[in-house]
Design a protein around this ligand. Structure first.
Ligand code: 5GP
Ligand code: ZN
Length: 116
């Protein structure tokens, strides 16, 4: 499968690793939108949020536990942050390996507007 995030997990494409455990890999977004912009992915390939099911849901909860740990370790958990998952075309998903953007370290705007 030609998936850039699977290649990042395997080390075939370099990345700036932030955190890793048996099920989760986290690395800096190549094009950061805020002081901290980290991508969290399950090591097992899941296309998008549409493919979360009873058998792989633990991987997604593992991602959220990893997010909380990294946010605390780096020091932006208390101040607050945003977790974003873009799903498919209308959601703006460009890499079809499910990933959660964690954006923090400064005050963020809201809401995200539809493209006119
Ligand atoms: P999406 O638009 O699918 O929600 O987010 C994909 C994210 O992956 C984008 O924020 C983009 O900057 C990031 N990205 C794409 N290719 C690479 C890469 O090769 N390395 C890293 N570190 N980030 C990438
Ligand atoms: Zn993948």
């Amino acid at each position: 499968m030609d998936c850039i995030f699977c290649k990042i997990i395997k080390g075939e494409i370099p990345s700036e690793k932030v955190y890793e455990n048996d099920n989760v890999y986290a690395f800096k977004d190549i094009s950061p939108e805020a002081k901290h912009h980290i991508l969290f992915i399950p090591k097992e390939h899941i296309d998008s949020a549409n493919e979360i099911n009873e058998s792989n849901a633990k991987l997604v909860s593992d991602v959220f536990i990893a997010i909380q740990k990294v946010a605390k370790d780096i020091g932006f958990a208390e101040g607050g942050y945003r977790i974003v998952n873009n799903c498919n075309d209308d959601g703006g998903q460009t890499v079809h390996h499910i990933h959660f953007h964690v954006i923090g370290g400064e005050k963020l705007g809201w809401p995200p507007f539809p493209v006119k």
